[in-house]
Design a protein around this ligand. Structure first.
Ligand code: NAP
Length: 378
């Protein structure tokens, strides 16, 4: 912790009392990342030329933090630094700018022209962005690069208390990473806007926004800053879902990953528009459209960084096999009854059907079913 006495002793070492200046104070304040009120040192003739200190900012209603804590949350403007200005960073920036927030961005690639068109200030060097002291750092990096990007950020250049928000499509991973890397004075909000440039192109109304306030300081300013950020999505009409990161990942493995997986599989089939598209087929085409445009890196990140996904992948494999076996099982039975035409056959087919329906509940159907076929072949 930094104290006023620390500041005073630093100042007295570097300057004699009569040479105190607002310059030396602000130098020390910056060095220790302090947010001091502006102080004027006046020579006071009534005290034989001694110093009189006047705090000129304390009562000023224009102070930014005062404004932030008194305005209704829906009106408070934030300074948001986006790290990772690819597909998704740009998508979010458009709404932030439209709502009147100040948006800064940094990315590995040079997006200065795109940023300028969107009304965003682009910084090639993360040091420069951090020295602008955004209230919020919004991590929009790929899941796979997040750790290296986070470790390379000059955190010491940010305000001592900054709100970090991530939008990664997996949640337990960034939660533990942020808790591990960020200094304790930084706040952490893990979010997942569950829509993208395609599904959210006509507005975000009704689309789910999942968030978990992982670590938010108790001070009013910090609470309000977090609420003001969440408000960005509430104002757009998102369906707000407060949920733990672990719970998010459990649900997402069974819904979002399966959606992406099916989209990728269908894309491999190169489905085409036909003159007789059914509603169901249209929704498959939409699924491909919605998922295949996302980077493979994003898809791979969903797979690698959600521990629940492997189980879902195995269930999908099994389900595919089950459905195929059901179809072929019926076909097999039909052919045999045509070939052998007998009541003995009917009885065996009924037994197999029973095995199939019992087994589909306990997962052993395939062993039993193929065993019975092998017996018959022998
Ligand atoms: P992405 O491929 O997941 O991420 C692209 C971003 O990551 C770009 O800003 C890219 O920077 C940066 N990046 C990649 N590798 C990097 C590296 N080695 N070093 C530094 N930066 C690197 O695609 P995205 O769609 O933009 O997604 C960004 C984040 O948003 C992801 O975490 C994703 O899970 C999340 N998200 C996406 C969607 C969606 O619909 N797309 C929805 C919700 C959440 P450069 O462009 O500068 O190379």
């Amino acid at each position: 912790m930094f104290s006023v006495s620390h500041l005073q002793s630093s100042c007295t070492k570097s300057a004699s009392p009569t040479k105190f200046s607002s310059l030396s104070i602000s130098f020390h304040a910056r060095r220790f990342n302090l947010h001091l009120p502006r102080i004027h040192f006046l020579s006071d003739p009534r005290r034989g030329g001694g110093l009189r200190i006047r705090n000129v900012d304390a009562a000023l209603p224009n102070d930014y933090k005062t404004k932030l804590s008194h305005l209704p949350s829906s009106f408070a403007k934030l300074k948001v630094g986006i790290i990772g200005f690819g597909n998704y960073g740009q998508f979010l920036a458009k709404t932030l700018v439209r709502q009147g927030h100040t948006v800064l961005a940094h990315s590995r690639s040079n997006y200065s022209q795109i940023a300028a068109n969107l009304g965003v200030s682009f910084f090639y060097d993360p040091n420069d962005l951090c020295e602008e002291h955004p209230e919020v750092i919004l991590l929009c990096t790929s899941i796979l690069s997040t750790e290296s990007v986070l470790r390379s950020l000059p955190l010491q250049r940010l305000k001592r208390s900054t709100l970090f928000v991530d939008v990664l499509s997996v949640k337990e991973f960034p939660r533990s990473l942020l808790l591990q890397i960020l200094p304790p004075d930084f706040d952490i909000l893990c979010t997942h806007p569950m829509f993208g440039p395609e599904s959210g192109k006509n507005g975000w109304s009704g689309l789910p926004f999942v968030y978990d306030k992982v670590r938010i300081g108790e001070h009013e300013i910090r609470v309000n800053r977090c609420e003001n950020f969440i408000e960005v999505f509430r104002r757009e009409g998102c369906r707000m879902v407060q949920m733990s990161c672990a719970e998010h990942d459990r649900h997402a493995a069974g819904s979002q990953f399966i959606t992406h997986m099916m989209g990728r599989v269908l894309e491999k089939l190169k489905l085409e528009d036909t003159p007789i598209n059914t509603k169901g087929y249209e929704s498959l085409l939409n699924l491909v459209e919605n998922t295949a445009r996302d980077s493979f890196e994003l898809f791979y990140g969903l797979f690698l960084y959600n521990k629940n996904v492997m189980e879902q992948l195995e269930r999908m494999d099994l389900a595919f096999e089950m459905v195929k076996k059901q179809l072929f099982g019926h076909l097999h039975g039909l052919l045999r009854s045509q070939l052998f035409d007998g009541s003995e056959m009917e009885v065996r087919m009924e037994e197999e059907r029973k095995l199939l329906s019992d087994g589909s509940q306990n997962g052993h159907v395939f062993a039993s079913f193929s065993d019975s076929k092998n017996v018959e072949r022998n």
